[in-house]
Design a protein around this ligand. Structure first.
Ligand SMILES: [Zn+2]
Length: 216
């Protein structure tokens, strides 16, 4: 071997050996924040959904302008009852919604309306807006995909019940059904707002997983 080649080999070898002062730990992946995708609470929530036979798809974490985000969100695919307008929901919200639908809505419909629910209608989940869309108000939980607005129910017998018509409507059994599912919602979600809360909620029940409890 020629001296030149040997020198180059030694040089290459030295370059591979880290020198003490310059040794750096490889960049460590940051632990996901609470509620983000991959965090322990979100993974536990996925396990709960799977165990309860809920069909869902985990969505990538998204951050939007104006401070809005959808972290640790899922898309519900099958909770046993079809639901309109459900898009990104934080996993705890989705878990509470699936349980509410199964444990409260269907039984209350059997009890008060003598029919199964074949469709739950909502105004949606994610929306980057302030509370009640008032300028200057804090961001709504909808801005974090952490809220859902329920507007009505399609029954198997062909009847349709809406919050707008039914909450203070003439049919007492519809009024009782809606109050029963609202109260049941307040036990599963952190916050529940009905038409009794304010004029903004005249046509839907708002449920969210923000800081509660509050139910009216
Ligand atoms: Zn709402």
């Amino acid at each position: 071997m020629r001296w030149g080649a040997l020198f180059l080999m030694l040089l290459a070898l030295c370059a591979c050996i880290p020198r003490g002062g310059e040794r750096r730990a490889p960049p460590r992946a940051q632990a996901p924040a609470q509620g983000a995708r991959g965090s322990p609470d979100t993974l536990q929530c996925h396990i709960d959904l799977a165990r309860e036979n809920v069909g869902f798809r985990a969505l990538p974490d998204q951050r939007f302008e104006n401070g809005c985000s959808a972290l640790g969100a899922v898309q519900l695919l099958n909770i046993g009852t079809p639901v309109t307008n459900l898009r990104a929901m934080t996993c705890p919200l989705a878990r509470a919604f699936a349980r509410w639908s199964r444990e409260a809505v269907q039984p209350a419909a059997d009890q008060w309306l003598d029919s199964r629910i074949v469709r739950i209608e909502t105004f949606g989940t994610y929306g980057c807006r302030t509370r009640n869309s008032r300028p200057g108000a804090p961001l709504s939980e909808h801005g974090f995909a952490n809220a859902v607005d329920v507007s009505g129910f399609q029954l198997e017998n062909g009847r349709r019940v809406t919050i707008q018509e039914g909450w203070n409507g003439e049919d007492e059994r519809v009024r009782r059904f809606l109050r029963a599912i609202f109260q049941a919602g307040c036990r599963r979600f952190n916050i529940g707002l009905s038409p009794d809360n304010d004029a903004y909620h005249y046509n839907h029940l708002h449920f969210d997983m923000g800081r509660g409890p509050y139910c009216r």
